[in-house]
Write a protein that binds this ligand. Structure first.
Ligand code: SF4
Length: 173
């Protein structure tokens, strides 16, 4: 139940128009950096199969709630419970479809920043740290419980709360 309380707090914060704007501004900051740096991306989807790719994506509860909410607002497909639990086993993002991100417009900043291109190492870590600081500040400013953990697990918990009806439908943008 306490876990649901945290998820409800993330959800309420994600629905706040100022928080929404702040998150979208972070995404614009990443887009600008990517435009400048031009990392190579083959859009293979390999980096979304975390076990095979040998890395993990970590982010905050607020970002996971925002992503789910944005998918709902857009009317985009949500990963079903079976896909979410399969993803926990396989460590492949349940939003990956046919090798492409099924949440491209809603994906969290960690997905936007990550490139396997080795040249990206010169700017990626600083940008990741700066974005993480911004999200942390959003959590703190709103008094939202802070949790920084692995993406597939977080997304699964938000999805479980959604399926249980614990989270109310967001207002249209
Ligand atoms: S949200 Fe999209 S980009 Fe991010 S891990 Fe999932 S499929 Fe990949």
């Amino acid at each position: 139940m306490d876990a649901d309380l945290d998820i409800c707090a993330w959800w309420r914060a994600a629905a706040d128009p100022d928080v929404d704007l702040a998150i979208r501004a972070m995404h614009s900051e990443v887009a600008e950096a990517v435009r400048r740096q031009r990392p190579i991306c083959l859009a293979s989807g390999r980096c979304c199969a975390f076990r095979e790719h040998g890395h993990r994506l970590y982010l905050t509860g607020l970002e996971a709630a925002w992503t789910w909410m944005d998918l709902v607002r857009r009317g985009d497909p949500l990963p079903a419970a079976a896909a979410r639990s399969g993803a926990l086993e396989s460590l492949t993002c349940p939003l990956l479809r046919d090798g492409l991100c099924g949440a491209h417009a809603s994906r969290p900043s960690g997905c936007r920043v990550y490139f396997c291109d080795r040249a990206a190492q010169s700017w990626q870590p600083d940008l990741m740290e700066r974005l993480h600081g911004q999200v942390r500040a959003l959590h703190d400013a709103r008094g939202v419980p802070y949790e920084y953990s692995e993406w597939i697990g977080l997304l699964g918990r938000v999805g479980d709360a959604w399926d249980k009806g614990v989270l109310s439908a967001p207002a249209s943008p």
